[in-house]
Ligand binder design. Structure first.
Ligand SMILES: [Zn+2]
Length: 190
């Protein structure tokens, strides 16, 4: 009689132990994947366009005003294509950004992501809360009009959407204020 009772008690505690262990494993697993910079939680910003015309780092400056140190990557895409937020965050800048042309900056803790040469028609605004994968803008035109004293010009002398030679997304990722290679965070889709 008492051994049956002990078995029941043992089974009862064993089951509780297994359930607690299971919960711990889930908590540890999810928190670790959130901390990994290279995990698939970052979303490719321009669906359907995977060619990178200019990588992060030093390069020959392609046009006046474009840096020879390239702070991000350039992804050429058709004007009007969707631009997705690569991560969750808050919009901290949504305006004309000189060499970046029409620019959005979305920040998430110590990571700040800039999207440049966007459409002049903004669909998200400063202080908006953004989800990873949300459409935040569209690939902008090469030429833009209506910016006073826009110093950026193409070979015809027409004003351009920042320092750009054609429609593309320039993406900069800063970690603790320092530009890092975006490909440490993003993987190019197949
Ligand atoms: Zn660029």
């Amino acid at each position: 009689m008492s051994s049956v009772f002990l078995k029941l008690i043992f089974t009862y505690f064993a089951m509780i132990f297994i359930i607690i262990l299971f919960i711990f494993i889930i908590i540890i697993y999810t928190s670790e994947t959130n901390l990994l910079p290279n995990n698939s939680g970052y979303i490719w910003p321009v669906p359907g366009f995977t060619y990178i015309s200019s990588y992060f780092g030093y390069r020959d400056s392609p046009t006046a005003g474009a840096s020879s140190y390239h702070s991000g990557i350039d992804i050429p895409a058709t004007e009007g294509s969707d631009v997705l937020s690569i991560c969750n965050g808050i919009v901290t800048f949504a305006s004309w950004g000189a060499g970046g042309g029409y620019t959005l900056v979305i920040e998430n803790n110590d990571v700040s992501v800039s999207y440049c040469h966007l459409s002049p028609i903004f669909i998200v605004y400063k202080n908006d809360e953004i989800q990873a994968g949300q459409v935040i803008s569209h690939i902008g035109p090469k030429n833009v009009y209506g910016i006073e004293n826009n110093p950026y010009r193409d070979s015809y002398g027409l004003p351009t959407n920042g320092a750009t030679t054609g429609c593309h997304l320039h993406l900069t990722i800063k970690k603790d204020g320092k530009a890092v290679n975006p490909l440490e965070y993003l993987s190019i889709p197949n």
